[in-house]
Design a protein around this ligand. Structure first.
Ligand SMILES: C[S@@+](CC[C@H](N)C(=O)[O-])C[C@H]1O[C@@H](n2cnc3c(N)ncnc32)[C@H](O)[C@@H]1O
Length: 439
């Protein structure tokens, strides 16, 4: 990359199989240590020639950090001499002394051995690129993509470009999907994997790096109505998207059917991402999907997500456990009748305690009953309540009130799902509380 052709031409990029082959590294400092480490990792027989070694190189030579299977390094404790490159397939010199490096380069040239010269790139016959190795977990196997960058004679620039490409590979912004050949009839199909990915509340930037990376490698995406739907537009045209969420005029796909779809695609050898809103395990039925996949013998990974229970209040400035205001919070479904009082109360402190925040998901349709039930518990009727609709979405809006009047205010404002309801004094910290219309 970014090479300029000169009288010597361009470097010719190549991958070398150095396993079991002798590579001579001349020099005992940190640059030599980095080179030697990479070579040992690649399985080379590394001979280090230097009167002294830095700590890393000493550790490498002592075998303190590598097992014998990773290659090996030996130390010749003296200055370099002509003749040291006999039998070598490759030489690296990084002594910090220009004349020694030159000598090594000249000796290498005479023996037709390629030589990397750290101090003076112009003197050598080989150049090490900036390298990134990105591990990808695919259908039953782990594979590695190696990115190697040359940027003229500017190693820092090469490193910067390498780091950027690596970050984009890891985040899934670059197309890293394996193009597998379609299995022919009768051939054994290696099963695919399922990843249950928590996509966060809908904003594309709030999915995890791991989730985004898996999405970029998916053959099939089984998508919900909530979650980062804009990421679906970025998928390659041949990625199959299966919609299983409820949309207007369209019933949700039953859970058993979703489980069946996941297992069916993975069994056929496809990498499946089940892209879910928020976190898979917070009212997300992720546990059932995991069990179905595991029962079918499918390798399955669960990637946690940013739950709407925490993020949607944050989007409108509500810190759920603001110090001195709330000592804890509970997340409940507002779909079912709340037991706010007595032995069947929904968890310790749910009914009472002005210092405990309640977060209700799926709470719009029963808002009036829920508010009434909470007042009959230990909460005062003037406890603040916020209903946050479509957090991070184009319809994001917050309606505030108290347990006494929130149902009327929400009805007046025609509040619609999806929405998160927050009950407790922390609501007073939201800008919307100060701007609320008098009621
Ligand atoms: C079936 S639950 C799934 C919750 C999800 N697993 C999570 O951790 O956020 C769906 C409910 O989550 C809430 N929700 C999810 N995303 C939301 C968003 N962007 N804005 C408001 N509420 C949201 C709503 O209460 C909605 O009814």
């Amino acid at each position: 990359m970014a090479e300029t052709s000169g009288p010597d031409g361009f470097p010719y990029p190549l991958g070398l199989r150095v396993a079991g082959r002798l590579v001579v590294v001349v020099g005992g400092g940190p640059v030599a240590a980095r080179r030697a480490r990479g070579l040992v990792d690649a399985g080379a027989r590394v001979r280090v020639i230097a009167p002294e070694l830095c700590e890393d190189l000493a550790a490498l030579v002592a075998g303190a950090e590598t097992g014998p299977a990773d290659g090996a390094a030996e130390w010749v404790r003296r200055e370099y001499r002509t003749g040291d490159l006999a039998e070598a397939w490759l030489a690296h010199t990084a002594t910090g002394d220009r004349s020694t490096d030159r000598q090594v380069a000249d000796d290498a040239e005479a023996l037709r051995v390629f030589c990397v010269t750290a101090g003076d790139a112009g003197a050598g016959t080989a150049w090490t690129p900036a390298v990134a190795r990105v591990r990808l977990h695919g259908a039953g196997l782990t594979e590695e993509i190696t990115v190697a960058v040359h940027a003229g004679r500017d190693p820092r620039r090469a490193q910067a470009i390498r780091s950027e490409v690596q970050a984009q590979l890891e985040s899934g912004e670059l197309p890293i999907r394996r193009r597998r050949p379609v299995a022919s009839a009768g051939a054994t199909v290696r099963p695919g994997r399922v990843a249950l990915v928590g996509g966060g509340p809908g904003e594309a930037g709030l999915i995890s790096v791991r989730g985004r990376s898996l999405l970029a490698r998916a053959d099939v995406v089984v998508a919900d109505r909530l979650g980062p739907r804009s990421l679906l537009d970025e998928l390659a045209p041949d990625v199959q998207v299966v919609e299983v969420g409820k949309t207007a005029g369209n019933h949700p796909v039953p859970q058993d059917e979703i489980n069946r779809i996941l297992v069916q695609h993975a069994t056929a050898g496809r990498n499946v991402v089940r892209l879910k809103g928020g976190d898979p395990y917070v009212f997300g039925r992720g546990g059932e999907e995991l069990a179905a996949c595991l029962d079918a013998g499918i390798e399955t990974e669960v990637v946690p997500g940013v739950t709407s229970a925490v993020s949607v209040p944050a989007a409108v400035g509500i810190p759920l456990t603001h110090r001195g205001v709330a000592r804890g919070f509970s997340v409940l479904t507002g779909h079912d009748a709340l037991q706010a009082k007595g032995p069947a109360a929904d968890g310790a402190g749910v009914a009472g305690g002005p210092d405990h925040t309640l977060v209700l998901l799926m709470g719009v349709s029963r808002l009036a009953e829920t508010a009434a039930a909470l007042v009959t518990g230990e909460r005062r009727a003037d406890t603040p309540v916020a209903v946050v609709e479509d957090g991070y979405g184009p319809r994001q809006r917050v309606t505030v009130g108290t347990l006494a009047d929130i149902a009327d205010r929400a009805a007046q404002a025609e509040v619609r799902p999806p929405a998160v309801v927050v009950v407790g004094d922390v609501v007073r910290l939201a800008p919307a509380w100060h701007d609320r219309p008098a009621g």
